[in-house]
Design a protein around this ligand. Sequence first.
Ligand code: HEC
Ligand code: HEC
Length: 210
Amino acid sequence: MRVFPASLLVLALGRAAVGADPATAVYNHACAWCHGKDGRGDGPAAFSINKYLSPRPRDFTRGLFKLRSTPSGQVPTDDDLLRTLERGIPGYMPSFRGLTAGERRLAVTAVKGFFPGFATAHATPIAVPPPPPADAAAVARGREAYAAAGCAACHGERGRGDGPSAPALRDSDGLPTGPLQGRCGAGRPLPDPHERARRHTHAVLRLGVR
Ligand code: HEC
Ligand code: HEC
């Protein structure tokens, strides 16, 4: 009987899945398709997601995260990671609101397990002061800050993503970042409780360049 060995294999795989710890089990069901069983961003679905364009599904073993309330170079807080899962990353990753809160926490545990730096890190959110009033003076200061920091080199004089450096931009793996136009605040999950302040800062910057 030819199907017999195949059914044995299925049984064996089933046992292995049951044997996995709860965090790994949730991760394998919900995340491994894109992020890979070992967290290296090389799951079966990752092959067809943006294969030649940034961003690819994140390789968690590098400990590099964008959506953080923490300073540059630090790992995100658990709340940052939970927020990323709840909101998803529009255009790149689905929201996992459909999982229970407990399952989302287990997924966060699994993500942190791929990078040893999480065990020793003391992730501390940046204190964002309350936003200034969005008056003409603030807009003028925003315009100055935008010019002084050289944002226009990539984002363009008017924030349209058409600065001279934009076409050649590549990520740390050498993949092109694609058009910047419309990327500014395009529904990315901004961390609470600073979200309002940050959105406001962006609005002022945007107003300042239009
Ligand atoms: C359909 C594919 C897909 C699935 C499924 C998926 N992700 Fe992602 N994920 C991505 C992509 C693509 C990125 C990179 C997006 C970017 O850099 O803007 C990403 C980025 C991330 C990041 C990095 C955010 C940051 O701060 O830089 C985390 C954390 C993450 N995913 C967690 C998860 C977890 C946990 C699961 C399972 C519950 C999951 N993802 C399932 C595609 C996926
Ligand atoms: C070297 C090129 C470069 C410079 C200079 C630059 N940016 Fe960006 N910026 C990018 C790229 C690339 C992205 C998209 C990153 C991504 O999608 O992961 C981006 C994204 C953003 C976003 C959207 C973030 C999000 O989560 O959606 C904002 C807002 C932004 N930049 C503001 C600024 C400001 C303000 C300055 C100046 C202080 C600046 N940038 C300077 C390349 C640049």
